[in-house]
Design a protein around this ligand. Structure first.
Ligand code: FE2
Ligand code: FE2
Length: 357
């Protein structure tokens, strides 16, 4: 059976023949006890909606999110839910969060939210929580235990005592390579909550965790980093199947640490370069990761996109719907024991995965 899967052509097809019998769903293998237990969800992240003034917002970032919403609404079968991975706003203001929420309100389906640092550091999540609810929580869906963490907290002294204004605090946390920044962390309170939450879950139940920053240490200068990552990983270690999805890095990354598979999300706004192409500072970019080529500045949406997640046998695979780029799928490989790029993982197949139309 051919398991090659092209969501882009699928979406194009679905606009003209919704419900066609020959949909390319062959990657949904019947790994759960009941085929009906396999399911999908969409995962959109890092839109960075930015107010210029009044009702004027940066057009380019708006377009990225509008496109993700439109394409998600075309998915057939409909995803069971949509996860939004954080950094909906750029400077955390009410107009930005409202404008982002309005665009997201066009999604047909339930939307869950993850907190990003750009949503948080103006008012410490107050308005975001009014719009979207709890900052960390869990839920069960078709035999999978989902956990959402707020991983972008930092030291109390930095958050509460250091800055003259909330705006300054937000601006300091928004910068890369900023010596005034501070490392992200989940923190004692949430780790205590997570420990209690997981105590109720059987060890063979698949676990899917969402955080904004990676729950692993990749590159400190850009906060591709969570200070207490190892402590969170230790809480997840007793479970057979764990997948962590994270935003924030605006690029494709995947990794395996023990039983935990990690996969990042693309941003709908803009791509960051890979750390090793940028700085001499120590970075721990996972060796498994097949990098994208540099974004082409002549394509405004290049190296941006959103994800479609197939929860197959409790191991989630991510199909990256890359605007102006070839679709890529990263799926857990049971033989290898880690995620793999389904097309470009082998060295000799890495022939410019970034192909423009
Ligand atoms: Fe971001
Ligand atoms: Fe972020």
């Amino acid at each position: 059976m051919d398991i090659k899967y092209d969501r882009r052509s699928f979406i194009k097809t679905s606009t003209v023949s919704v419900g066609a019998a020959a949909l390319p769903l062959t990657m949904v293998e019947l790994a759960f006890a009941k085929p009906s237990d396999n399911f999908t969800f969409a995962y959109i992240s890092d839109s960075h909606i930015q107010q210029i003034k009044g009702t004027q917002f940066v057009r380019n970032w708006d377009r990225g999110l509008i496109r993700a919403v439109a394409e998600t609404n075309l998915l057939t079968p409909k995803p069971d839910f949509i996860m939004y991975g954080g950094d909906l706003a750029q400077m955390g203001s009410k107009p930005e969060l409202d404008h982002g929420a309005e665009i997201l309100s066009k999604l047909n389906g339930k939307v869950y939210h993850v907190m990003g640092e750009h949503d948080y550091y103006l008012d410490l999540g107050e308005y975001w929580s009014k719009l979207f609810g709890k900052q960390y929580y869990s839920f069960n869906h078709k035999g999978v235990h989902f956990v959402v963490l707020n991983s972008i907290l930092t030291y109390d002294e930095w958050t509460f005592n250091r800055w003259l204004s909330a705006e300054q605090r937000m601006a300091e946390m928004a910068g890369l390579d900023n010596p005034n920044g501070s490392p992200f962390m989940v923190g004692d309170k949430q780790r205590e909550w997570l420990k209690k939450d997981l105590a109720k879950v059987k060890k063979d139940t698949p676990i899917v965790v969402f955080s904004h920053s990676p729950l692993q240490k990749i590159y400190k200068g850009w906060n591709f980093w969570t200070e207490d990552a190892e402590q969170v990983q230790a809480l997840l270690a007793p479970f057979d199947k764990v997948t962590v999805f994270y935003g924030h890095v605006h690029q494709i990354q995947y990794n395996q640490i023990g039983n935990i598979a990690f996969t990042s999300a693309m941003a709908t706004a803009w791509p960051w370069p890979y750390p090793q192409s940028y700085a001499q500072a120590q970075q721990l970019l996972p060796k498994l990761t097949v990098q994208m080529n540099r974004a082409d500045p002549f394509f405004e949406r290049d190296a941006t996109g959103w994800q479609f997640i197939d929860v197959n046998s409790g191991r989630a695979s991510a199909t990256f719907n890359l605007y102006n780029n070839t679709t890529r799928t990263v799926a857990f490989d049971p033989q290898a024991g880690h995620p793999k790029d389904q097309t470009y993982q082998d060295e000799d197949k890495r022939i410019s995965p970034q192909m423009h139309y």
